[in-house]
Design a protein around this ligand. Structure first.
Ligand code: PLP
Length: 377
């Protein structure tokens, strides 16, 4: 049944975003094969914008048994789709939420003493030992127990009564810069913590690497790696060849074509003007779709591999491309805006951001086409 505002009879399908779930699964296997430990799937922010309800079951079918989300709501969304896999919430537990975690078998990442107290109180109330990850701040000053908090915890071991710390974790701040001294320093600090708490939690494991961390020295992979970006095709080793499979393609629909004379300005504020007789294609993608305004005059669309420079300002719903060099274009044809000729990392460079932001900004108006979706059970 068709319903909603997309139902106009004979409406042209909008621009199309293709998400290759088979490539995501292949990327997970490739990352998992890099080390002897376990490999989680980080599916926060709707699996970096690509659709957590598609990505999580696909990773689960590929063998992934650990998932990380940022929010509890995200964890609740994927929980029924990943069988007995362990689901962790990076943002941890807030007052009033503990019972929801327990009821849905979701594990919090505890990052402060108040959270430890909350989780301990829930364990006492429920009369059972509750699992948790414990996050240590080894350098980012963002989330995680500080050194002072760790000392207090060490001197008050009863604060952890009822809590089973299954993993201690920390997050690398410069993992994509292999030679950065902070990597070794952070490793040093987390190992020290693990030794300190060895007696209390002899089975406690270590979770350290994000995507780029899996490409550092072997010990960084740890017992449980937490890649996100690399699953989705972002290059974890900037400056070197990308070892991952590409995952997304975006094809923007041409809804107008016009021929303009030399000197004619294009778009808001006329920040581009034709130097020669030019053909301009207007594509139904704009900054409201996550095609950043900062790409103005700085990116290309492609047709059968031939580049068509983005000319003029990116507007909310429209972007203009110089297609003078491309013969035989028609209304309704599409330009490749993301794909083999322009990866999310390429577009990110042009927009002065990173591939993570390109993916998480991908808009809601595209027709989303999934390759290799796991049938719903
Ligand atoms: C987002 C996140 C990850 C995944 O990082 P990538 O660079 O996308 O691989 C891992 N751990 C934590 C704590 C995160 O917040």
């Amino acid at each position: 049944m068709r319903c909603g505002f997309n139902t106009t009879v004979n409406s042209t399908p909008p621009s199309r975003l293709t998400i290759n779930l088979d490539a995501i699964a292949a990327n997970w296997r490739l990352l998992d094969a890099r080390h002897p430990g376990q490999t989680a799937g980080v599916v926060k922010a709707n699996a970096y914008g690509l659709g957590a309800t598609y990505v999580a079951p696909k990773l689960f079918a590929a063998g992934c048994k650990h998932f990380f989300t940022a929010h509890l709501a995200e964890a609740l969304t994927i929980r029924p789709l990943v069988g007995q896999a362990q689901v962790m919430v990076l943002h941890g537990v807030l007052p009033g939420e503990a019972e929801i975690f327990v009821q849905h078998d979701i594990t919090p990442v505890l990052s402060s003493l108040p959270e430890v107290a909350l989780w301990g109180a829930a364990a006492k109330r429920l009369g059972r030992r509750l699992p948790a990850f414990l996050q240590i701040d080894t350098g980012m000053s963002r989330l995680g127990l500080s050194f002072e908090e760790i000392e207090r915890l060490f001197n008050n071991p009863d604060w952890l009564t009822g809590i089973n710390i299954i993993y201690v974790m920390t997050h690398l701040m410069n993992a994509e810069i292999a030679e950065h001294p902070s990597n070794a320093a952070q490793y040093q600090r987390i190992s020290q913590f693990q030794r300190q708490f060895q007696a209390q939690f002899p089975d406690m494991k270590l979770s350290l690497a994000n995507s780029s961390g899996l490409f550092l020295a072997p010990q960084f992979a740890s017992d449980l790696a937490r890649p996100g970006a690399a699953l989705y095709g972002i290059n974890p080793t900037p400056g070197q060849a990308n070892p991952l499979h590409p995952v997304v393609a975006l094809h923007g629909k041409i809804i107008a074509l016009r021929d303009i004379k030399p000197g004619t300005e294009v778009g808001y504020n006329g920040v581009w003007a034709a130097q020669r007789p030019s053909r301009i294609a207007t594509v139904a993608v704009g900054y409201a779709d996550g095609y950043f305004r900062s790409l103005t005059n700085r990116a290309c669309g492609y047709f059968d591999g031939t580049p068509a420079p983005l000319v003029g300002r990116v507007s909310m719903d429209l972007t203009t491309f110089d297609v003078t060099e491309i013969a035989n274009l028609n209304l309704g044809d599409s330009l490749e805006l993301l794909g083999p000729h322009c990866t999310p990392d390429d577009l990110a460079r042009a927009a002065n951001t990173n591939g993570y932001e390109v993916l998480t900004a991908l808009g809601a108006r595209y027709e989303r086409h999934y390759i290799g979706a796991v049938p719903a059970t």
